[in-house]
Ligand binder design. Structure first.
Ligand code: ZN
Length: 449
């Protein structure tokens, strides 16, 4: 539902003057304590994928503080399982739900935007490796530390601060602004898929307005995402033949076979990374395709040849490759390793988690150009574009709704690692850009009392 281009802010009240970027920046700057406090409380609500409820409850409260009531969009795998972007679940639905809170303007004249962000965070690893508990956030030298601080609770807080800053200036967006908080971005994407499916059926039923554009404030260092990688998860179960270590050669060792499987996967990864196999968007990356061996479990006892070994692998592939083709090629690689070993190992390949095609994003349309222009006003610099080597929930909006979408969010360090942190200055810049973007894209009207 793209409306005609307009470079100036749409003002629902003709005599309401446009705000200056300086005024917007000052209003956001005044909210720095709000951002630090909100992000700290948000990080302190632990929300590993599948157990997001503390962060959901926190978000419902934070939105209510801004005068926004949330609808619940329940995750129902049964209703999603036939959609091409559905990923095999890693955990039960368990009554979990996403949130969608929508600001509705009085005049309803302006263009709309949906801010989407994921509530879930990845595992912390051993707490002893962290300087402080990963869920006890602290600030040092302008960085806020904690699991999820960067990926991506900070970006969500930027959207709240941007909206609040306009309110503090006595105005509000003259178009609908949605705040969508989703589950399971880090392992399946089924939370965003549930939201997109709900939006699609609601639009079909004439109940909800669609959104003209979507911005996902993932921690991409204030760049706009131009493409994202395809990703799938795979589990390789190897069963061998146990034996006493004294008679080791009478057994078949699945851990040693797993080492061979990994070596062959590395060779396939190197082949996919060859310059001639890359699409243009990834030509200049050092190593865009990553096959990550994320988990390995096997063996029981130092003096026994192990019974089993399981590898948990994350495979990246270029947007030009179909997800089912990518799965087939990697499975063929694993089967070829086992055939070469000729050792009567039993092999089972399971798929749980990501089943995510890659995609490219059109950044030339009005909405994306308005975001780029807002970045330039807020920072004085042209925005850089980045082809991501990860997957994000942007795929659902692009592929299911054909809505213009990108990721644009603050600078973070050590995401998925130890001592994850986010730059507070970068949060202020991103919130300023997003407030400027709402001002320019949606237009402004007097704030509701
Ligand atoms: Zn993320």
């Amino acid at each position: 539902m793209q409306r005609p281009a307009g470079s100036a802010a749409i003002s629902a009240t003709p005599d309401l003057p446009a705000l200056t970027t300086d005024a917007i920046a000052a209003a956001v700057r005044a909210l720095e304590p709000y951002m630090v406090r909100t992000l700290s409380d948000f990080v302190a609500a632990p929300s590993p994928s599948g157990q997001e409820q503390p962060a959901v409850a926190f978000m419902e409260g934070a939105l209510r503080e801004l005068g926004l009531e949330s609808e619940r969009i329940y995750l129902r795998s049964e209703a999603l399982k036939d959609l091409p972007l559905f990923s095999p679940p890693c955990c039960p639905d368990g009554g979990r739900y996403n949130l969608l809170a929508t600001h509705r303007p009085a005049a309803r004249g302006g263009r709309s935007v949906l801010f989407n962000g994921h509530l879930d965070v990845v595992p912390t690893g051993p707490e002893s490796m962290w300087r402080q508990s990963p869920y006890a956030p602290f600030v040092e030298d302008g960085w806020l530390f904690g699991r999820g601080a960067g990926d991506m609770k900070a970006g969500i807080v930027c959207t709240l601060a941007a909206f609040k800053a306009l309110k503090d200036l006595g105005v509000q967006p003259a178009g609908a602004v949605g705040f969508n908080s989703v589950l399971e971005e880090e392992n399946t994407g089924n939370g965003a898929l549930a939201t997109v499916a709900a939006l699609r059926s609601a639009v079909g039923a004439g109940k909800l307005a669609s959104f003209d554009t979507v911005v996902i404030p993932e921690p991409f260092g204030e760049t706009m995402m131009s493409a994202q990688m395809g990703v799938f998860w795979m589990f390789v179960d190897l069963t061998g033949r146990p034996a006493h270590a004294a008679y080791m050669s009478s057994g078949v060792n699945p851990v040693e076979a797993a080492i061979e499987v990994i070596a062959d996967l590395r060779r396939l990864e190197a082949e996919w990374n060859l310059p001639q196999n890359r699409p243009a968007a990834y030509r200049d990356h050092a190593h865009p395709i990553n096959f990550n061996i994320g988990q390995i479990q096997g063996g029981e006892w130092n003096s026994s040849v192990p019974c089993t070994c399981t590898l948990g692998v994350r495979i990246g592939f270029f947007p030009s490759m179909d997800v089912n083709d990518a799965k087939a090629r990697v499975a063929d690689c694993v089967r070829a390793t086992l055939a070469r070993l000729a050792s009567n190992l039993q092999l089972d390949i399971r798929y749980e988690g990501f089943h995510a095609p890659g995609c490219e994003f059109d950044l030339e349309g009005d909405g994306m150009q308005a975001l780029a222009a807002a970045h330039r006003k807020a920072t004085g610099e042209p925005v850089r574009r980045e082809a991501s080597t990860a997957t994000t929930d942007a795929r659902h909006f692009r592929m299911m709704l054909e809505t213009p979408v990108t990721c644009y969010g603050p600078q973070a360090r050590n995401i998925h690692g130890i001592d994850e942190s986010v730059s507070i200055e970068s949060m202020v810049r991103v919130a300023t850009t997003l407030a400027q973007f709402m001002h320019d894209w949606c237009g402004i009207e007097p704030a509701a009392a």
